[in-house]
Design a protein around this ligand. Structure first.
Ligand code: BTN
Length: 259
């Protein structure tokens, strides 16, 4: 694997955005870009600041999982101060941005497993982790973390070898990390602006979900529900049709296909 030189300067030079990435913080290695972003927020980081890392020692996934982060992947966290009404749509914005940049860079068709796993050929290639809170002076912040398995071959990693893939494995060639990062941020800005103008993104996100119409098991908290994933609502909740005919609204969870 040839490791492209990524730096704040290189990203800025290639980036064509107005607010997302107006400040780039690049670190070759971090514990997690989420932690760096939170400490940047404590120090007053501006809206649109992006923390990018070459590798993460303790990458965080959803549901307290680890995100394996060897060199060759994209690991970044975007700092935002959005209106509270936009919070539930930020993971949709991120998923759509990932789909577009993957399509742009490698002509690869990806789709989304509810709520925010990006898949190619049924295997996970990227994930989104969003968290939000309030600053000491009461401003609402959000950190949107995005990880893409790009130039790392995940088949050598036993924990994820069966369920995950990477762009290099699916495209059969290396992709430019710089182009991927800049494309991702540009597409994020596109969907974030759409949302800021009051135009929802959830229908586009819904239309990219592979989960709908499938018989699934959904683990949510301590409960597991089984049924048909019928639809999603505008805040991203899954509407699951249970065997007794009732419709259950599930705000967050982990889906597996029923076999
Ligand atoms: C998931 O699918 O479980 C979410 C994975 C999110 C991983 C990204 S990599 C950049 C950012 N920093 C982290 O520690 N996690 C997110």
């Amino acid at each position: 694997m040839t490791l492209e030189k990524i730096s704040e300067r290189a990203i800025r030079k290639h980036l064509d955005t107005r607010e997302i990435g107006r400040r780039i913080v690049y670190r070759p290695a971090v514990s997690s870009t989420m932690d760096v972003a939170l400490s940047e927020i404590e120090q007053g980081a501006a809206h649109g600041t992006v923390v990018v890392a070459g590798t993460q020692k303790k990458g965080k996934g959803r549901l307290r999982r680890n995100w394996i982060s060897p060199p060759g992947g994209v690991y970044l966290s975007i700092i935002l101060y959005p209106p509270p009404t936009m919070l539930t749509s930020l993971t949709m914005v991120a998923c759509l941005a990932v789909l577009d940049c993957i399509q742009d860079i490698g002509s690869l068709r990806a789709n989304i497993k509810w709520p925010n796993d990006v898949l190619i050929g049924g295997k996970k290639v990227a994930g989104v982790l969003a968290q939000s809170g309030k600053t000491q002076d009461g401003r609402i912040y959000a950190v949107v973390g995005i990880g893409i398995n790009a130039n790392s071959d995940v088949s050598g990693q036993p924990e994820i070898a069966d369920s995950a893939t990477s762009l290099i494995q699916t495209a059969g060639k290396e992709v430019s990390l710089l182009a991927l990062i800049c494309g991702l941020l540009a597409n994020f800005e596109k969907y974030f602006s759409q949302l800021s103008r009051g135009e929802p993104v959830w229908q586009q996100w819904r239309d990219s979900l592979v989960t709908l119409g499938q018989q699934v098991h959904v683990k949510s908290g301590h409960a597991t529900y089984s049924g048909v994933a019928e639809s999603v609502d505008s805040s991203g909740d899954l509407l699951l049709r249970l065997a007794d005919g009732t419709l259950r609204e599930i705000p967050a969870g982990d889906v597996t296909l029923r076999t």
